[in-house]
Ligand binder design. Structure first.
Ligand code: ADP
Length: 160
């Protein structure tokens, strides 16, 4: 059974992430979206809020589920029998970092875990969670970038 995990911060989930999720859901029998609960990053949304907004956003895709994890991704994967990581590549600037992580995950897992990269759809190439947070903090409409329920959660968070 081919299960893939798509890990990230998703703070918040954007149409760029959803594009990667939709496309990978046609390639694997099951896709697990893994929200890293990493306190060092000082996220805008709590893990529970991020899980909530992601679950709503993928509710129409039956083979996608959302989980949260902390600690090492590969430990979670080994414990749950998952051997493929999905990551998105937007630009060459993503590449250096992603290559390093993918190669070290492969090494540390003794070649049992591999990473599959999906290049971004061109209309989302510029999109990142941090850009969305920045716009939303100034009250700019972000409904071109994120689902409506996420835009509403951003409004509530920034009181605008
Ligand atoms: P992280 O903090 O781990 O980079 P993110 O939530 O920012 O987590 O991103 C998770 C994954 O989604 C990464 O592989 C990132 O490259 C990818 N991603 C983010 N935005 C986009 C986008 N607009 N198009 C395609 N992939 C994206």
């Amino acid at each position: 059974m081919s299960i893939a995990i798509y890990p990230g911060s998703f703070d918040p989930v954007t149409f760029g992430h959803l594009d990667v999720i939709k496309r990978s859901s046609t390639m694997f029998e099951e896709v697990v979206v893994g929200i890293l609960s990493n306190n060092a990053k000082h996220p805008l949304f709590t893990v529970e809020e991020r899980k909530d907004m992601l679950e709503k956003a993928v509710s129409d895709i039956p083979n996608v589920s959302v989980i949260t994890f902390d600690g090492l991704l590969i430990d979670y994967m080994k414990a749950h029998d998952i051997s493929v990581i999905v990551r998105g590549l937007r630009a060459i600037t993503d590449f250096d970092y992603e290559l390093q992580i993918a190669q070290s995950n492969r090494k540390v897992s003794c070649d049992t875990i591999d990473t599959v990269f999906l290049t971004t759809s061109i209309e989302y190439a510029y999109l990142s969670s941090s850009i969305v947070r920045e716009y939303a903090s100034y009250g700019t409409d972000v409904t071109d970038f994120v689902p409506k329920h996420v835009a509403q959660m951003l409004k509530n968070k920034f009181n605008n």
